[in-house]
Design a protein around this ligand. Structure first.
Ligand code: ZN
Length: 345
């Protein structure tokens, strides 16, 4: 997508006559948790990201997510876990493993965060938009039977299973799903949920020495050494994506989830890697272009980001959304069978 094309499209959005023509994003930040002072989780970043997106990305249309129902959650979670969370009967140890104290707001926020990924996936796939985003989500440490690492429910796992069900209902065909998890921490919960499910392929690229210290087996795991910089990271990503495309030569995925974690960044408190913001932009471009070239719709989620300054994390995630917007514009061009310049998108 050329700069000029982006500019023209943006003008159309501002003019309002392409009112529905914008990449859609779903937020759940009105349900932020009142955490005790000094709590390490950067709860404030979600509202800051939405405000940055709304004020600086006019081609993005942000809506509040609807909460996921118990029935939707049960597609990926054991009913006993859903009941424990909803009723507030989770133990102190379970709350410590999640990292948040239980509250009704915690339940509502967890439901909405899953709902935001459902909204994004439905828009990208069934809405034919090709690209949509959750301004939070990527809660990949949640297992079927428990939460962990700031994750209560697994948004991507629930949304993947729900889209498979909806797709089958509409088209009477199987929907293959691809999960590209580039958060710096392994997507252990997602890997465990889909371990015996050949219809969902899980790729996780993560720090070898980082949390979780007991890793699960994804379909493809790429472990990175501490201090990994842009060049080796992007080379490892190219190799991994090649493997993914080769694996799917016979049966392409119909939908992808991309967990675009900001925590591989050099300024991250928890990441242990040394990617620059430009390196992360290149990462996002390669993933989005690879999916677009193969006609695979994608739902993005922001996943982790623990910058020493909140503004750094917000800037990286805003950059991901700007690139998603460019990819969405290129997708619309492609679906209208117009030639499109892929190189700069
Ligand atoms: Zn992370």
């Amino acid at each position: 997508m050329t700069t000029q094309a982006v500019f023209v499209a943006t003008q159309h959005f501002r003019g309002g006559f392409l009112e529905s023509a914008a990449v859609r994003a779903f937020h759940s930040d009105t349900f932020s948790l009142p955490l005790p002072p000094g709590h390490p989780f950067p709860m404030g970043k979600y509202r800051l990201l939405r405000e940055a997106a709304e004020t600086t990305l006019p081609g993005l249309r942000v809506s509040e997510a609807t909460p996921a129902s118990d029935g939707e959650l049960a597609l990926a979670h054991e009913p006993v876990w859903i009941h424990a969370v909803v009723s507030g009967s989770i133990s102190a140890a379970q709350q410590r493993e999640i990292g948040f104290p239980w509250s009704e707001r915690m339940v509502e926020r967890a439901r909405r965060s899953v709902g935001a990924s459902i909204g994004a996936a439905r828009t990208a796939l069934l809405g034919g938009e090709g690209v949509a985003a959750n301004l939070a989500g990527g809660t990949h440490h949640a297992y079927a039977h428990k939460g962990s690492g700031y994750c209560v429910f697994n948004d991507v796992a629930v949304a993947a299973r729900l889209m498979q069900a909806e797709w089958h209902r509409h088209h009477h065909r199987l929907l293959r799903v691809l999960v590209i998890d580039l958060d710096v921490h392994q997507g252990n919960g997602t890997a465990a949920i889909f371990k015996d499910d050949p219809t969902v392929f899980t790729l996780s690229m993560h720090g070898a020495k980082n949390f979780p210290f007991r890793k699960e087996a994804s379909d493809l795991d790429v472990e990175l050494p501490d201090g990994c910089t842009d060049e080796p990271y992007l080379a490892a990503l190219d190799t991994a994506l090649d493997q993914v495309w080769r694996h799917h030569e016979a049966a392409a995925p119909g939908l992808a989830f991309y967990l675009a974690g900001a925590d591989p960044h050099e300024n991250d408190r928890l990441g242990r890697l040394k990617l620059t913001q430009a390196g992360l932009a290149e990462r996002d471009r390669r993933v989005l272009q690879g999916l677009r070239e193969r006609g695979i719709p994608v739902a993005l989620s922001m996943a982790g980001g623990y910058g020493r300054e909140l503004a750094t994390t917000v800037a990286i995630q805003r950059q991901t959304l700007a690139l998603a917007m460019q990819s969405w514009l290129a997708w619309q061009d492609k679906s209208r069978q117009r030639p499109v310049e892929e190189s700069a998108a």
